[in-house]
Design a protein around this ligand. Structure first.
Ligand code: DG2
Length: 250
């Protein structure tokens, strides 16, 4: 093939997306709505004739379950899978478990946006003895003591790109259609890299839940169409607007 096929899929709505809580590395399940979004994502893939040959996911169940449901709907449950903490959501530090609207009210819109969307200003670190900490969890044993206690988008890019280069790019170059099931901010990191978006401009980019984002990449791994193509563009636009408005009270 003269182009490579990459599908990015943010997980469907999670429990904490619904409750409007900062999630990060906290391992919350999908809601019923999120499960339906995931299945529909798989139906959209099948309708486009996009058949994933290999799956990459984070270590978090909202991405894992989303991929399973999407692949079930597309009748591609059998494909090989690789999982890595490097595809995890951004570690949200001391904000994990906090209500987005309350944080915005308490610290003000500007600080809220710095924490949520600045390129390189992480929230305060999360204490290891917090109920929302993942420090010491078996699934992160291979990272060692350097496991993140907070991250900004910059740190997500730094830990994600080695995985992109070493694990995902070889699958693409082998001609495989690659499905990456991950998260709002880990996918913003990947999209920033693919589309060459600046540190400032990436603040305005939001990724909706459960809608496949299809990239055709040229030989240099540059998008044939800038920003790729959502398989349901209208739902994607509405979903991205909802993400942007998440600090607002319901
Ligand atoms: C959300 C993203 O991550 O939140 O960690 O709260 O994609 O795993 O639901 P996801 C979280 P925002 O950065 O959009 O506030």
């Amino acid at each position: 093939a003269d182009t490579y096929k990459l599908i990015l899929l943010r997980h469907g709505q999670s429990d904490w997306n619904e409750k409007n809580l900062f999630t990060g590395w906290v391992d919350v399940p999908l809601t019923e709505k999120g499960r339906a979004e995931a299945s529909r994502g798989g139906e959209l893939l099948a309708a486009e004739g996009l058949e994933p040959d290999v799956l990459h996911t984070s270590l978090l169940k909202r991405a894992i379950t989303t991929a399973n449901l999407a692949l079930e709907a597309a009748d591609r449950q059998w494909i090989p899978v690789k999982r890595s903490w490097r595809l995890n959501e951004r570690h949200y530090g001391a904000l994990q478990g906090k209500d987005k609207a309350q944080v915005k009210e308490e610290f003000g819109e500007e600080q809220f946006m710095v924490w949520r969307r600045s390129f390189d200003v992480p929230p305060p670190a999360l204490d290891d003895d917090s109920e929302f900490s993942q420090a010491g969890e078996e699934r992160y044993a291979d990272i060692g003591p350097e496991a993140p206690r907070t991250e900004a988008l910059k740190q997500v890019i730094d830990r994600l790109l080695p995985y992109w280069e070493e694990q995902i790019v070889p699958d693409l170059k082998a001609g495989k259609t690659v499905l990456v099931a991950a998260h709002g901010n880990s996918l913003r990191a990947l999209v920033k890299h693919l589309d060459g978006i600046s540190d400032d401009e990436i603040a305005g980019l939001n990724i909706p839940t459960g809608i496949p984002l299809y990239y055709e990449l040229d030989q240099d791994l540059k998008p044939v169409t800038a920003h790729g193509r959502y398989l349901d563009p209208e739902a994607a636009a509405a979903g991205a607007a909802a993400v942007a408005a998440q600090g607002d009270k319901k």
